[in-house]
Design a protein around this ligand. Structure first.
Ligand code: AVI
Length: 317
């Protein structure tokens, strides 16, 4: 009998057979993971969300002017990884007030997050035209290539920081490819700062980030019939100011074996062996300029908050 493995099963098989073991942070976002991420965004240590909010509050009108086509042309405002859309609502209000004709196209991998967002928008902004899509970034890139008309693409919250440097450039180049000269991209970048503040943002005192990381194992238990015992795993994170990377790990606190039914395979973990689960890169403004140029883009304007913790950068081809 031939068994068709899900994307998750194939990814986990590959990731746990390699050294060091790794599973992509893309799989954090089942419904429970998306809810935990909402809680992370409220944490006192997790500054990026507040910083980006303050940029939108302070510079919302200028951002909207830099994003929307002149002459009142109809356009699509596509948001990759929309989540709860809380920050975007500030821009949506600005766009509606400015009388710009547009359709909001939120894209998110979590069906639960999308249902919540659409319901909230219908209530808060009933006049808004919304065309939601539940998909991963790669499917969304494909849809972007085939979407006619003017567009502004939002990629907020430092989601770009979760890519590996090589994948980051390739993703950005693919985002740039379907853009006409008048189309715009708005990307949120978390900036390099006091290393202790950065590290604390990924290892909060209440343990919400730990629960978010460990939820990946709960997901594997549920969806792949794995038998991870969460009592013997812990969250660990470090930050290197040399390359600007926060790396997160799940650490096996003792030698153990884990069976994954969907793969019909048992994996050995040595005591203190890790599964690398996430990278969250932090940038400098010159690095952002260089990255944009490598992807065939130019920086139109960069908006930062008063503390220069975060940058929202408008890019064009
Ligand atoms: C979604 N992403 C930008 C978050 C980040 O900051 O890298 C995910 C996250 N991981 C731990 N805390 C937040």
């Amino acid at each position: 009998m031939v068994t068709v493995l899900s994307d998750l099963a194939q990814h986990v098989a590959k990731g746990l057979r390699q050294t060091p073991k790794a599973i992509s942070s893309m799989y954090f976002y089942d419904d429970a993971g998306s809810r935990l991420f909402q809680q992370i965004m409220e944490l006192p240590e997790y500054y990026p969300t507040r910083a980006e909010f303050s940029i939108f509050r302070e510079h919302g009108a200028a951002i909207v002017a830099a994003l929307s086509p002149e002459a009142g042309e109809e356009f699509a405002l596509v948001e990759l990884g929309a989540g709860d859309g809380a920050k975007t609502k500030l821009l949506l209000h600005e766009l509606l007030e400015a009388g710009r004709p547009f359709t909001y196209v939120p894209v998110d991998i979590s069906e639960g997050a999308m249902t919540g967002l659409v319901a909230a928008l219908r209530q808060e902004l009933p006049e808004l035209q919304v065309a939601p899509a539940v998909s991963d970034y790669f499917t969304a890139l494909h849809q972007l290539r085939t979407r006619p008309g003017s567009k502004a693409v939002l990629f907020l919250g430092s989601n770009i920081g979760n890519f590996h440097p090589a994948e980051r450039l390739s993703f950005l180049s693919q985002l740039a490819a379907p853009l006409a000269p008048t189309d715009r991209l708005l990307i949120g970048f978390d900036l390099q700062k006091d290393p202790r503040r950065i590290r604390a943002a990924y290892d909060d005192a209440q343990g919400v980030t730990a629960a978010f990381n460990l939820n990946l194992l709960t997901r594997l238990n549920r969806e792949l019939g794995a038998d991870f015992d969460l009592a013997h795993w812990q969250h660990y994170t470090d930050y290197s100011p040399l390359n600007g990377a926060v790396r997160s790990f799940l650490v096996s606190t003792r030698a153990q074996q884990v069976h994954i039914e969907a793969l019909d395979e048992t994996f050995d973990f040595a005591a203190w062996e890790v599964i690398h689960t996430e990278n969250s890169y932090k940038f400098t403004l010159p690095q952002i300029e260089e990255l944009a140029a490598s992807a065939g883009l130019r920086v139109v304007t960069a908006f930062t908050d008063a503390e220069t913790d975060f940058a929202d950068v408008v890019l064009a081809t």
